[in-house]
Design a protein around this ligand. Structure first.
Ligand code: FAD
Ligand code: UQ2
Length: 477
């Protein structure tokens, strides 16, 4: 049977903003027949961000880690509406979202209003630049597919330009100097992948310049991977030393031009020194900033006046100061780190909550119906009706007793290059720290198992095999 396409007036309209970790985890587990579900996102696919660093060197092809959202909805009993658009503002009083189609091709309408009964905000975050001059103009971010494609292209452009006849030695060194700012998992994984690329492919294919390739990681804090245990931080820093990746810790970038990074380094004796670093490619991976749509919503809710880092939510992920808006993932402030692991658990929680709310309403309606029939014509069926009411009430009590959201940290993983990884895995009450080549195999299988679909798992496996057999594809497209 065809799924129902027209909205059902007896059901509430649930509008979900975003198609990232939080929103898609919710949609995957939601019984969509309970609501008129409308999904709004400028991106018509889910992106498996943990493998994005591998796309920058062509180890993995970008389409292998994307899953179209329309194929997620195709086998649902009830149709889910998807609009490829950006939510540009929310009016919590009128309960509408204003959406804009900002894509290249537009029809005769590109802005409209979507009314909601319930709204889930899962729009993620933007890249933070801390207002440092020149960052937005000169560096690459690493958050979306387009970013990874741009980096892949630029790496090869730097290599080919460095190999150009008659290039001066100084210019070759600058072009082949790849600077990564931010020592979190994203920066570390990218630096590791990049060094692998130079070692495994550029050395073989462009040997004349390969010895000048250099990766430098800049971090403002005293060490990289601040969320990992001491032992793994040291292991990572030592591995980077062996791989010849320079790590500049306690170094703050102050200014960026098209060819240089200016930074202030704090020396072990506490003195400060300004250094100028010439680069060919600069990748900026320093964390999150609040999106305009979230700022807009914050400004419209009195209870959010002190929110700076996102939408403050309560223990049921309800946006404080509202009754019918929830927030998940990087745009929500619930006291957890901005990770996929948190966003996914929050999305799963909301799916359970909404499925329960629908069941509760159905049971309450049934109780109401039965008791009014009892009052109208008491008679032969009254014992049955009374029994069913009791049954419904018992179910209701069980369902209504939904516990607040509680995050369970399962662990942290990061690839650090040269077929080594680090892992902090939570195990009952303890923590297991492991590193090295076996951990790399664990990293690979864990990421494979967390991929969105079997299709993605197959594509990623084929990419790994392809790169193993033939090396990475260095065509610059
Ligand atoms: P996102 O997944 O970013 O999704 C946001 C969605 O909202 C997107 O679909 C976007 O298009 C959409 N959107 C944006 N603006 C609007 C708008 N105005 N209206 C409607 N929709 C909008 N975390 C881990 O736990 N483990 C890892 O290994 C890991 N690796 C990472 C590697 C990289 C390179 C990056 C960038 C992040 C990594 N993370 C990792 C972090 C993780 O990806 C984020 O925490 C996670 O994506 C947050 O989920 P989210 O749903 O809040 O946002
Ligand atoms: C993670 C991540 C998630 C997760 C988990 C991890 C991509 C969806 C659990 C961490 C993985 C660990 C510790 C290995 C355990 C393996 C499995 C398959 C549970 O990194 O981000 O987001 O859920």
């Amino acid at each position: 049977p065809q799924p129902q396409v027209q909205p059902d007036p007896t059901k509430k309209t649930l509008v979900v903003l975003g198609t990232g970790w939080g929103s898609v985890s919710l949609l995957k587990k939601l019984d969509t027949e309970n609501y008129n579900v409308v999904v709004i996102s400028p991106r018509n696919y889910f992106l498996f961000t943990p493998l994005l660093p591998s796309c920058t060197t062509g180890l993995i092809e970008h389409r292998s880690i994307m899953e179209p959202v329309r194929s997620i909805f195709q086998h649902r009993k009830a149709a889910v509406k998807f609009y490829e658009a950006e939510a540009s503002s929310v009016d919590p009083d009128r309960k509408v979202v204003i959406i804009t189609d900002n894509s290249e091709i537009q029809g005769d309408t590109s802005q409209t209003e979507i009314p909601y009964d319930m709204l889930v905000v899962g729009v993620g975050a933007e890249n933070a630049t801390f207002g440092i001059p020149g960052v937005r103009e000169n560096s690459c971010f690493l958050k979306e597919i387009g970013d990874a494609q741009l980096i892949r292209k630029k790496i090869m452009d730097c290599v080919e330009t460095a190999a150009f006849k008659g290039q001066t030695e100084e210019e070759i060194k600058r072009l082949l100097h790849m600077v990564v700012v931010g020592g979190g998992p994203t920066g570390v994984e990218f630096a590791g992948e990049l060094q692998d690329f130079f070692e495994q492919d550029i050395k073989r294919l462009v040997p004349e310049i390969a010895d000048r390739c250099k990766v430098t990681l800049i971090e403002a804090l005293p060490n990289v991977l601040p969320s990992f245990s001491r032992q793994l931080i040291e292991y990572t820093e030592n591995t980077f030393k062996e791989e010849k990746i320079d790590v500049l810790t306690k170094t703050m970038v102050k200014n960026v031009s098209d060819k240089t990074v200016e930074a202030v380094a704090t020396r072990p004796d506490g003195t400060k020194e300004t250094i100028t670093i010439p680069y060919g490619l600069l990748v900026w991976a320093t964390g999150n900033a609040v999106r305009p749509i979230v700022k807009d919503l914050i400004s419209k809710i009195a209870a959010q006046k002190d929110s700076r880092r996102g939408l403050a939510v309560n223990e049921y992920l309800v946006v404080q100061g509202t009754r019918d808006i929830w927030a998940v993932g990087d745009c929500a402030v619930a006291g957890y780190a901005p990770t996929a692991q948190v966003a996914a658990q929050e999305g799963n929680f909301l799916a359970r909550l909404f499925n329960n709310m629908a069941k509760t309403e159905a049971l309450e309606a049934r109780i109401h119906e039965l008791s009014s029939s009892l009052n109208l014509k008491p008679g032969t069926n009254s014992a049955d009706a009374a029994r069913e009411i009791e049954e419904c009430e018992r179910k209701l009590r069980r369902i209504k007793d939904i516990k607040p959201f509680h995050y369970t940290h399962q662990g942290s993983l990061a690839y650090i290059g040269s077929e080594k990884a680090v892992a902090d895995v939570s195990w009952w009450n303890g923590n297991i720290a492991s590193h090295g080549s076996m951990t790399y195999l664990f990293w690979r299988s864990a990421y494979l198992s967390m991929c969105f679909s079997t299709r993605n798992r197959l594509l990623v496996s084929i990419d790994w095999l392809k790169s193993k057999m033939f090396g990475r594809d260095i065509s610059r497209e």
